[in-house]
Design a binder for this molecule. Structure first.
Ligand SMILES: [Mg+2]
Length: 368
């Protein structure tokens, strides 16, 4: 059975409220959905959500790479061409991980649906029964962040992740106010999104010592893995690498340079599930636990990450908050606001509402 046709949809996902982090503010999310159809009419779905600050891709550029460069490689290929696709894609064009991830996810979904198994079965089988979701709080005034953290605890979240990174002294105050507002036993995690220098990071970490921060994510610049390694080695706090760590080679660098205690794997950085699995395995061998993060993605890419996460013992956290932030998604997520519980339905395990996809679309390309 072969791949017959690929459709590429550019969609805008409206957010419930603007999302503000250290380096940008988002009003809505530009996403690309790909629909891969086999000669027997089976369909797999994938998604690309770019972050130009992380991978250097833009929405329209990713469309051009998928439609013009990558999708044509797959037409007429057997539906299990995942490894072949990545070899061909690397030979065709460097980088562009989100564009590659969209097709990688769709191929995995298609193959799992064809095998009539949930995607996690192809990725090693279910290890975690369910995934607890964090409540992610935008970088705002300390009182407002504390109010939202209190509300999150009342709604039953088991972890709260706060976005920091614009001013170290204010960030310490945010940590203190948020921790004081939270129920005991709920985990507090910090993501500085590269906002501090190494010395500022060490100061913030020292001043935040009374507030039981579970880990600090990407305290320093994407450009400086040495600075990240310095912070990691100078503190007892747990440090997670995110933005600089894209694929397998970056993971090896973290191990070689002891640059972080944890790594945030994202399908939009790794080029999809194929490399993400290898990253998790390298982490396992090197005693590095992982989080599966996400951009603000629809249920499609979010669930691909969820299937990866349930299948790996050292993936201990996730960041799958996209669907909760989106006012109109293209499918219904399994689980509820505070957790994901994957069913044993085939593939990603969701039904994509194609009318909703078309209603949200601003462009549509077909490759056959
Ligand atoms: Mg992060």
């Amino acid at each position: 059975m072969q791949i017959k046709q690929i459709t590429v949809y550019g969609i805008r996902l409206p957010l419930k409220q603007p999302f503000k982090i250290a380096y940008d503010t988002y009003e809505d999310i530009e996403s690309i959905l790909v629909r891969v159809e086999s000669t027997s009419g089976e369909v797999g779905w994938g998604e690309a959500v770019v972050d130009q600050h992380v991978s250097g891709e833009t929405w329209q550029a990713a469309r051009q790479i998928i439609t013009g460069e990558l999708a044509p490689l797959l037409i007429g290929r057997p539906i299990d061409s995942i490894g072949t696709f990545h070899s061909m894609a690397e030979a065709r064009i460097r980088h562009n991980p989100s564009a590659k991830a969209a097709l990688d996810i769709a191929l995995h979904d298609l193959l799992a649906r064809h095998c009539k198994v949930p995607l996690y079965s192809l990725l090693g089988g279910r290890y975690h029964a369910r995934l607890e979701l964090p409540c992610v709080i935008s970088m705002l005034a300390p009182e407002e962040m504390a109010r939202q953290a209190r509300e999150a605890c009342e709604r039953g979240y088991t972890s709260v992740k706060i976005k920091l990174g614009d001013a170290p002294a204010l960030d310490v105050e945010r940590i203190a106010r948020v921790r004081e507002a939270m129920a005991p036993g709920v985990a507090l995690r910090v993501d500085a999104n590269q906002g501090w220098s190494a010395k500022q990071a060490l100061q913030v970490i020292r001043q935040a010592a009374p507030y039981q921060v579970e880990w600090f994510e990407q305290p320093v610049s994407i450009e400086n893995l040495d600075a990240l390694a310095r912070v990691t080695q100078a503190t007892e706090a747990v440090i997670m690498a995110d933005e600089p760590i894209h694929g397998v080679r970056d993971m090896l660098e973290v191990v070689r340079r002891q640059a972080a205690d944890m790594v945030n794997i994202k399908l939009m950085k790794s080029g999809g599930l194929h490399a993400a699995r290898a990253m998790a395995e390298i982490g396992l061998a090197a005693d590095i636990s992982c989080q599966v993060g996400s951009m603000v993605e629809s249920s499609v890419a979010t669930l691909a990450g969820a299937h990866l996460a349930v299948a790996h013992c050292n993936i201990v956290a996730n960041d799958m908050v996209g669907p909760a932030m989106i006012a109109r998604d293209v499918a219904d997520m399994p689980g509820n606001e505070t957790h994901i519980e994957l069913s044993d339905a085939p593939g990603l395990g969701i039904w994509i509402d194609e009318d909703r996809v078309r209603a949200l679309s601003t462009f549509e390309d077909r490759i056959d």
